[in-house]
Design a protein around this ligand. Structure first.
Ligand code: 74V
Length: 338
């Protein structure tokens, strides 16, 4: 592999354009896990061998067995992480974690209970947070920080490509230490992260068609590689959905598939540039026996102050705009994905 030039690629699997994950190992001998590389959090957790058999989500995934690893170091401190979509509880352990062939001694969480929603739907086993240290629970040094301190990377950046077609191979790629020109065209446009040490930027507006409809006075956008969709404040998203004629049902917003080609672009004004998503980018078209279903990949999510109100730009945005996360300069770069 091209580690000698200080960039390390990890291929990702694309599950239905909604879940992207790659393989890491923990322990000696290696125990393999599929994890989401998640810029929206900063901790590593995987299901634990000691999880309760009643935790279905834990039982149906690969589980870490400390008793089988000779490099395991006990810690035992409690761990709990709350996502908008669910929660994870467990305890801390330490072992050798290998990402893209780079080994780090890492404190991570063994999950002993995973909320059934949403983790019974997860094709991945755990989450590897790629966020800043200051958002890491229990003050644990994140994996990428441990890798940076080894000085093996050409640049203190990582980049993410998500394919837009599940049949495409690879389904995506994480590059530690640089970018992969095979997956983008043109130049990167950069914008500084906000001072809070999160992968978030100031957004200057959201337009539908030619008209700025939301966030006109400016708002916060989180670039979250671990979220499937784009989320916005419920009030804004409901107006957006009315504008495109989408109906809310139990599994999200739907549009009539034969109106899809006439839907307007939705544009995000970030760092002096306009990032448009066409209906191709924001409609998930699924063919079912009883007919086609067209889901709008926007969700309403009200994040309470002081963090919110925020927009979260997830996988459907990143699939269109190849993203570079630059820890050296605390900035995010976007280029057009191929
Ligand atoms: C991983 C937890 N997350 C999910 O949104 C989430 C939950 N549950 C399932 C089944 N999948 C999720 N994400 C799939 C995915 C992979 C890559 C892109 O989206 C979020 C929580 C907030 C921080 N950021 C991550």
């Amino acid at each position: 592999d091209d580690k000698k030039n200080g960039t390390v690629p990890t291929p990702l699997t694309n599950y239905l354009d909604t879940q992207y994950f790659g393989e890491i190992s923990i322990g000696s001998p290696a125990q393999m896990f599929n994890v989401v590389f998640d810029t929206g959090s900063a901790n590593l957790w995987v299901p634990s061998q000691s999880c309760s058999p009643f935790s279905t989500a834990c039982y149906t995934h690969n589980r870490y067995d400390a008793s089988k690893s000779w490099t395991y170091v006990e810690n035992g401190t409690g761990f709990s992480i709350q996502y908008a979509s669910g929660n994870v509880r467990g305890f801390l352990s330490e072992d050798v974690v290998v990402v893209g062939g780079i080994p780090v001694v890492q404190v991570f969480a063994e999950a002993t209970s995973l909320s059934a929603m949403p983790f019974i739907f997860a094709k991945f086993d755990g989450v590897l947070g790629m966020g800043y240290p200051n958002v890491a629970i229990d003050g644990i040094t994140p994996v990428f920080d441990r890798i940076m301190s080894q000085h093996v990377l050409k640049e203190e950046v990582f980049s993410v490509y998500y394919s837009r077609d599940p049949k495409h191979s690879p389904g995506g790629e994480l590059v530690l230490g640089g970018t992969d020109p095979n997956y983008y065209t043109g130049n990167f446009n950069y914008m500084d992260t906000r001072e809070t040490g999160k992968w978030e930027v100031t957004m200057k507006g959201v337009s539908v068609g030619m008209e700025i409809m939301f966030c006109a006075e400016g708002c916060t956008a989180v670039i979250d590689t671990g979220s499937s969709y784009i989320t916005g404040p419920a009030s804004s998203v409901s107006v957006l959905m009315q504008t495109i004629g989408a109906q809310l049902d139990e599994s999200g917003y739907k549009v009539n598939c034969n109106t899809v080609k006439s839907l307007p672009s939705v544009t995000f004004h970030l760092g002096g540039q306009e990032y448009s998503l066409t209906q191709e980018d924001y409609i998930l078209w699924q063919s079912h026996i009883e007919g086609d279903v067209c889901t709008v990949t926007f969700r309403a999510l009200d994040v309470p102050p002081p963090t919110g109100p925020i927009w979260i730009l997830g996988a459907n945005f990143i699939a269109r705009y190849y993203t570079e996360f630059d820890r050296r300069n605390n900035r995010i770069g976007f280029a057009t994905a191929v």
